[in-house]
Design a protein around this ligand. Structure first.
Ligand SMILES: [Zn+2]
Length: 162
C-alpha cells in the first residue's frame, strides 16, 4: 500500500535530496517540487535545509512561496558571485538609479529652462497683441467718438452752457 502511494506521489525535491520520507505535512513539498531539484540543492548549499525549514515555519503560509523564491534568487546569486552575491546586482542597480536620477534632474532643468523661454516669448507676443488690440480699441473708440460726435458735442455744449 505505502509503496503504491509513494509511487503516485513522489517525494519533494528536498526530501529526495535528504533521503527522507516526504510526509503530507512536509514544509518543503509545496515549494520544492520533485521536477525542480536544482532549486532545493542551490538553497540548501547556501542556507542549509534546517535553516530554511526553521524560516518557513516562522512565517505565515501565504508568505512562504515568496520567501522560497527570494531564498532561491539569493542562493543562485551567491553561487554565481561568492564575494558579493545579490548585493553585487543591488549595487549595480543602485548606481544605475543614481545615474538615471541625475539624468532626470538635468532633463527637468532643461525642461524648466525651455518652458521659461517659451513663457517669455508668449508674454512678449501677448504683450504685442495687447498693444495691438489696445491700438484697435483706441481707434474704434475714436471712431465711435467720431460717429457719435454730434450728440456728445451737443450735450457737452449744453452742460457747459448751464
Ligand atoms: Zn518533502
Amino acid at each position: 500500500m505505502s509503496s503504491t502511494s509513494n509511487y503516485s506521489t513522489p517525494p519533494c525535491a528536498a526530501c529526495k535530496f535528504l533521503r527522507r520520507k516526504c510526509l503530507p505535512s512536509c514544509v518543503f513539498a509545496p515549494y520544492f517540487p520533485p521536477e525542480e531539484p536544482i532549486k532545493f540543492t542551490t538553497v540548501h548549499k547556501v542556507f542549509g535545509a534546517s535553516n530554511v525549514s526553521k524560516l518557513l515555519n516562522e512565517i505565515q503560509p501565504h508568505q512562504r512561496e515568496d520567501a522560497v523564491n527570494s531564498l532561491a534568487y539569493e542562493a543562485e546569486a551567491r553561487l554565481k558571485d561568492p564575494v558579493y552575491g545579490c548585493v553585487g546586482a543591488i549595487s549595480v542597480l543602485q548606481r544605475q538609479v543614481l545615474r538615471l536620477q541625475k539624468e532626470l534632474d538635468a532633463t527637468n532643468a532643461d525642461l524648466m529652462r525651455y518652458a521659461n523661454n517659451n513663457n517669455n516669448n508668449n508674454n512678449f507676443q501677448y504683450g504685442r497683441r495687447m498693444v495691438n488690440s489696445g491700438y484697435y480699441n483706441y481707434s474704434s473708440a475714436w471712431n465711435n467718438g467720431i460717429s457719435g460726435g454730434h450728440n456728445n458735442i451737443g450735450t457737452d455744449n449744453c452742460d457747459g452752457g448751464r
